[in-house]
Design a protein around this ligand. Structure first.
Ligand SMILES: [Cu+2]
Length: 396
């Protein structure tokens, strides 16, 4: 963690002072919690889809929801962590069941989806560098499939490309993938059958935590961007159905962005700059501070921001046709690639002191401590102290 943050922190401190002198923003959004699963499609045509959103698993025929369904832990961003078993030799065993579903991209807006374990995105496979990993993939769809472990360094026959590295996983069949997690960072897994399967939701996060520990952050979110079969979706949802990202003032927030579709999207965060720290799982030699990041198909990006001031701050694709409802009379109504960073007030400081100069009055200084997403031990990692830069030379 060699982020050079001093100048950023100065900026943040100044911005925070300005914000704190204003009227505190009361968070009033009472967003409906995101139901895990809508209902099964069971190959039904769109005109015969089941009724209202339900969090209750549908065990009906063709549901693709066997007893092995593992809901995992909700992450507050619309994703869940995959559960797993551990074999006698320490191998972590994950199960992914691909099946058709009817999926609500927004309240009352249903789409035909393919999903791993009933969720779009599929469960997040989070492992430690050096782990032996086994993923048992079962195909409960009416067409063949295969799963590619995007960004992994692994044996050729485990690469998941039908017709090149393996025979297709036919409907009803199961295939077991095994590899050792050597490529650390943010990656993803997805169907390598065709774009239709990916577009309908057959993907998920594949995160290999460095054996030295993960970045110390208070929040760790992941956003999968789709722009084909399901429409413009973030984690399978279109605004206002997207899940707001919660945070408190002063917290350090990591967001992993993975565009899965066919377009590029300039993602813009309101209210505070962020730093791009990694791409495709590889740390940048120098973080880049920005407020808009262009992301494109199949890449992964890790950005980190510090929550500056209370309020609902937009985080969205800046291409208007990707973020606004269609129609001449839609006005400012938004739809598509939009979510929000909902920041609550907190006594935790937003910015540490800079070169021994404390932050502005009313902004107590101190390092950002690891939060619940990064407990100490395991993949925790120690909080990184401020990294003061040498004073700038005077200009002449
Ligand atoms: Cu876009």
């Amino acid at each position: 963690m060699t982020m050079r943050r001093s100048r950023l922190h100065l900026l943040l401190a100044l911005a925070l002072v300005v914000n704190l002198t204003g009227v505190g923003t009361a968070l009033q959004r009472t967003s409906a919690r995101r139901p895990m699963v809508v209902s099964t499609a069971a190959f039904a045509p769109p005109g015969q889809l089941p009724g209202p959103i339900s969090a209750v698993p549908d065990a009906g025929p063709g549901s693709g929801r066997p007893e092995s369904f593992l809901p995992g832990t909700a992450r507050g961003d619309g994703t869940t962590f995959a559960d797993y078993d551990i074999d006698k030799d320490g191998t972590k065993i994950f199960k992914l069941d691909a099946a058709p579903y009817t999926w609500n991209v927004a309240p009352g807006v249903k789409k035909q989806a393919f999903a791993f374990n009933g969720t779009v995105p599929g469960p997040t496979i989070r492992i430690i560098e050096g782990d032996k990993v086994r993923v048992v993939v079962t195909n409960r769809m009416p067409v063949g499939t295969a799963v590619h472990w995007h960004g992994m360094v692994l044996p050729h026959k485990m690469d998941g490309v039908p017709g090149v590295t393996q025979a297709p996983i036919e409907p009803g069949q199961t295939m077991t993938y095994e590899f050792v997690a050597t490529a650390s960072g943010t990656h993803w897994y997805h169907s390598h059958w065709d774009g239709d399967q990916v577009g309908k939701g057959l993907y998920g996060s594949l995160e290999v935590v460095p054996h030295t520990g993960d970045r110390a952050v208070d929040r760790d979110y992941r956003l999968f961007i789709g722009d084909t079969n399901l429409g413009f979706v973030i984690n399978g949802r279109t605004y206002p159905g997207t899940e707001p990202l919660g945070a408190k003032v002063g917290e350090k927030i990591r967001i992993r962005l993975t565009p899965t579709g066919e377009l590029s999207h300039p993602f813009h965060l309101h209210g505070q700059p962020f730093q791009l720290v990694a791409q495709d799982g590889f740390d940048l030699p120098q973080p880049i501070t920005m407020d808009t990041l262009l992301i494109s198909t199949a890449q992964t990006f890790d950005i980190i921001t510090v929550a500056l001031a209370p309020g609902r701050w937009m985080f969205h694709c800046h291409i208007f046709s990707h973020m606004h409802a269609p129609g001449a009379h839609a006005g400012h109504k938004m739809s598509g690639l939009v979510t929000t960073l909902d920041i609550e007030p907190s006594p935790v400081p937003a910015a540490p002191s800079l070169n021994g100069v404390p932050a502005a009055p009313g902004v107590p200084a101190g390092p950002v401590m690891p939060g619940p997403d990064n407990p100490s031990g395991g993949d925790g990692g120690a909080p990184s102290p401020p990294n003061p830069a040498p004073p700038e030379a005077p200009h002449h």
